[in-house]
Design a protein around this ligand. Structure first.
Ligand code: GDP
Length: 435
């Protein structure tokens, strides 16, 4: 429970073993006792006390730890509600923390990212954001702009002092410096997207090349955490796999998974279409067979995308290898026996290298993972271009100031200093209940 009436309600339903006035109970205290209704003991519980402003929401709060199981938890919830508590909406605790000024909007959003994180790197990005690293960066950029704004205001208010020359020079330097920082953040979004959504990967190859064997080898890995999503097209499933910290979103076409069902197997045209939307294409050839026409088409697709080529079935007598003209296509080649789990580690190493995954060291580099933030930064950059142009065009300083204020406004939107209620509601609606 959170809010002004927390301890009043708690008093009505909780009988601690050692009674104390609420004024005498310190925050961060846990007390043992019973939840009681009409003098009947409902459960034996531990209650944690948090006193405003030192709590998650910055309000008075308590947490009741009961025995597990749905029934007791529901019962205690009902008793709370009957005694004046109201059910929290999704994200309400975090929303209150934001509205009470304990965290900014960036940090609130990072809570959702942490809860929904599918990989360790993603969780780490969320945590560094919760710790305020991105907020600090945005504040740093803002104060850089504000430092110059002060001089601009002086120049506007006291036109008799001829400070324009100096100020214009400062503005130019500041805009360039801010531009560099914003561009860096904007670019980090691509890496952020890979961490968050996974590297969209598709395996293509002609029937019997070994696509499902490879897919199964990947999905079978003990270290793989697999989450199934419905794919964007009706006949695909997306599986999120996290191997050695490499987040892969495997686009699993129905045909690949269900190898026995020939009808469902996808043709070259469809492969090409799916490959087009992928971050990574894994082309697979059966090295125990001569190159077929279909293989050549697969190689064409592989050539046109960020790809890895797999020569599968190396346990059998080989008919093709790298020396073949058609295969000299400047794409990393991995020899594999999907059936015997040979070459799978090499594949992971290659993917890791390709996407510089080892260099995405969360903590050292700030990464934007949220589309809302990315869009605002792009918007700020377009305002920055306008400001730069107004300087180049030698516009009056009060006009330049308007563009610069627009940049400041964008940045305040990210942290939530100025933000509309609609946006706030939209953001917190993405939360699950109880956070
Ligand atoms: P798909 O049609 O591309 O999905 O191919 P499958 O994964 O279903 O494989 C077709 C056949 O090749 C199956 O009988 C597999 O057991 C076999 N196969 C797959 N990979 C290997 C391999 O590395 N070595 C050998 N010897 N057989 C393999």
């Amino acid at each position: 429970m959170s809010g002004e009436k927390t301890f009043e309600i708690l008093n009505k339903i909780f009988t601690p073993k050692y009674k104390q006035n609420i004024e005498d109970i310190k925050g961060y205290t846990i007390k043992y006792g019973h939840i009681v209704q009409n003098e009947e003991i409902i459960d034996e519980v531990l209650v944690s006390y948090f006193k405003a402003p030192k709590s998650y929401t910055a309000e008075d709060m308590c947490e009741i730890n009961s025995h597990g199981g749905i029934l007791i938890v529901k019962k205690i919830l009902e008793i709370c509600l009957a005694n004046g508590a109201e059910l929290a909406e999704p994200g309400e605790f975090t929303k209150r923390a934001f509205l009470n000024g304990r965290i900014d909007l960036l940090q609130a959003e990072s809570v959702i990212d942490i809860i929904n994180a599918k990989s360790e790197k993603e969780a780490k990005t969320g945590i560094s954001q919760l710790e305020g690293q991105l907020s600090n960066k945005i504040q740093e950029i803002k104060s850089e702009i504000l430092d110059v704004m002060v001089n601009i205001d002086v120049a506007i208010d006291y036109p008799e002092y001829d400070v324009d020359e100096v100020t214009i020079g400062q503005i130019g330097n500041m805009l360039n410096s801010v531009e560099n920082k914003l561009i860096k953040l904007e670019k980090s979004f691509d890496n952020g997207r890979l961490i968050r959504e996974g590297i969209k990967t598709v395996i293509i190859g002609r029937p019997n090349a070994g696509k499902s064997s490879l897919l199964n080898a990947i999905l079978k890995e003990d270290r793989a955490i697999v989450t199934e999503f419905e794919g964007t097209t009706r006949d695909t499933i997306e599986e999120f796999v996290n191997i050695n910290g490499i987040p892969l979103k495997l686009i699993d076409t129905a045909g690949i998974r269900n190898a026995s069902d020939e009808v469902e197997k996808i043709g070259i045209a469809k492969s090409r279409e799916i490959a087009n939307s992928a971050d990574l294409v894994i082309g697979i050839l059966d090295s125990s067979k001569e190159l077929s026409e279909e293989d050549k088409e697969i190689l064409e697709i592989v050539k046109s995308k960020k790809s890895i080529l797999i020569l599968n079935k190396i346990d059998l007598k080989s008919k093709i290898d790298e020396s073949i003209e058609e295969i000299k296509i400047n794409v990393p080649i991995i020899k594999m026996s999907a059936l015997n789990n040979i070459g799978i580690e090499d594949l992971y190493a290659e993917i890791s290298k390709m996407f510089n995954l080892n260099q995405i060291e969360v903590g050292n580099e700030l990464i934007i993972t949220n589309v809302r933030h990315k869009n605002i930064i792009s918007h700020a950059l377009s305002n920055l271009e306008k400001a730069k142009k107004s300087v180049e065009d030698k516009m009056p300083i009060d006009i330049i100031a308007i563009f610069i204020k627009d940049i400041l406004e964008d940045l305040s939107n990210i942290t939530g200093e100025i933000v509309t209620e609609d946006i706030i509601n939209e953001i917190f609606a993405r939360f699950c209940l109880g956070k």
